[in-house]
Design a protein around this ligand. Structure first.
Ligand SMILES: [Zn+2]
Length: 249
């Protein structure tokens, strides 16, 4: 049985062309690894074989694996599309003008074509009976990005200008405390990444031991707390009084 008894489904017909690609592995809550024919990437028909390629969702950002809910977001996405094929509406990236972003990834809205018995759409018991007997299964496209948001497992990337429905789905998930919204004080993944990057830069600067530029000093620069924030000062202080502004500020 599914650990998510009431998954919200978001039907939506893709707007324009899609390409069907297999989901080889889900690595977090907003992306997966797929496979593509080499010539489709290089544009050279003589390029044989297939390449692994990273597929990223364009308008959402799931919590990082190190954040509360990050692992669950990944498992939830796996439960939706793991081992299946999805239909990708490719988003052209402003930074490259092509369908791959500057990291060589496909950026898209992922759709899942799912078949439902007509009975699933019936309204009254009588009509339901007729539908089960005479109906044909319906193929419905599901917007997987919107499902991640509506079920509370992803944030919306406002800067790429998603449809208003993304914000409505986010507000709805927050109001009903689905997914990560049952936690207090969620940190947006982009803020989490920014803080992590900053912390790694600070520790790298400490490790690098930049030498003091004063001739024959032999000291190295270390980050110190000053009246106006941190600055870089010489380890031989007070015999060497070299200092300069902290490049991280
Ligand atoms: Zn010095």
């Amino acid at each position: 049985m599914s650990p998510w008894p009431s998954v919200l489904i978001v039907p939506e017909q893709p707007d324009g062309d899609t390409i069907r690609m297999p989901v080889l592995g889900v690595f977090d809550g907003d992306g997966f690894v797929s496979r593509i024919k080499a010539h489709e990437v290089t544009g050279n028909p003589s390029h044989q074989g297939e390449l692994e390629i990273t597929v990223r969702f364009g308008f959402i950002d799931a919590p990082e694996l190190g954040q509360p809910g990050g692992h669950e977001a990944k498992v939830f996405l796996e439960s939706l599309i793991g081992g299946r094929s999805v239909d990708l509406a490719i988003l052209t990236k402003m930074d490259t003008g092509g369908s791959l972003d500057r990291h060589g990834r496909i950026v898209c809205i992922p759709y899942l074509a799912a078949q439902y018995p007509v009975a699933a759409f019936g309204t009254s018991p009588t009509r339901l009976h007729d539908a089960v007997t005479f109906g044909r299964p319906l193929t419905v496209y599901r917007n997987i990005e919107l499902e991640m948001v509506a079920n509370g497992w992803a944030w919306v990337l406002a800067r790429y200008g998603p449809d208003q429905r993304y914000f409505d789905a986010l507000a709805d998930a927050q109001r009903h405390r689905r997914g990560i919204w049952r936690f207090e004080n969620n940190i947006a993944p982009w803020e989490f990444k920014r803080r992590k990057y900053r912390a790694s830069q600070i520790s790298r600067a400490d490790d690098a031991k930049t030498h003091c530029p004063r001739e024959s000093c032999g000291g190295h620069l270390i980050r110190r707390d000053g009246k106006f924030g941190t600055f870089l000062g010489c380890s031989n202080f007070p015999s060497c009084r070299y200092s300069r502004a902290d490049p991280l500020l």
